[in-house]
Design a protein around this ligand. Structure first.
Ligand code: AMP
Length: 108
C-alpha cells in the first residue's frame, strides 16, 4: 500500500490532468467523475485533491463536513438523485484498489 508514491497514483494523475476522466463536478478542493467500470446505472466517484490514502487518513487530514456536503450536492443537485448509496473501501482487505481516498456514489 505504501509502496506506490503519490505522483504514481491513478487518481492523482486524474487530478493533475495527466489522464482523462468523465468529469461530473470539480472545484478547488474536490473532483467527481464517472467510474470506469460502473457497477450501477449511475456510478460516480468523489475524491479530495489532497494526498490522502483512505477514509481513515482523510479523517485525520481533511475536512469531513465540507467533503460530505459536497457529496450531497453532487448526488442530489448535479446528478439529480434522490435515492443513492455512498460507499468507501478502507484498506486492501476491504476491497480498496486505489490508494487515494474516494467515495463511490451509486444509484440504479
Ligand atoms: P476501490 O476498489 O474502492 O479502490 O475503487 C476503485 C475504483 O476506481 C473502482 O471502482 C475502479 O473501477 C475505479 N477506477 C480505476 N481506474 C479508474 C479510472 N481511470 N477512471 C475512473 N475510475 C477508475
Amino acid at each position: 500500500m505504501g509502496s506506490m508514491n503519490y505522483e504514481e497514483n491513478i487518481f492523482t494523475k486524474i487530478i493533475n490532468k495527466q489522464i482523462p476522466c468523465k468529469a461530473i463536478y470539480e472545484d478547488e478542493n474536490i473532483l467527481s467523475f464517472y467510474d470506469i467500470n460502473p457497477r450501477a446505472k449511475i456510478h460516480a466517484l468523489v475524491i479530495p485533491k489532497i494526498n490522502v490514502i483512505n477514509f481513515s487518513d482523510f479523517c485525520e487530514k481533511g475536512d469531513l463536513n465540507e467533503f460530505f456536503k459536497k457529496v450531497k450536492f453532487i448526488a442530489e443537485d448535479v446528478l439529480k438523485l434522490t435515492d443513492y448509496k455512498i460507499l468507501t473501501n478502507n484498506g486492501k482487505n476491504a476491497g480498496q484498489e486505489v490508494f487515494h481516498f474516494h467515495l463511490h456514489i451509486m444509484a440504479n
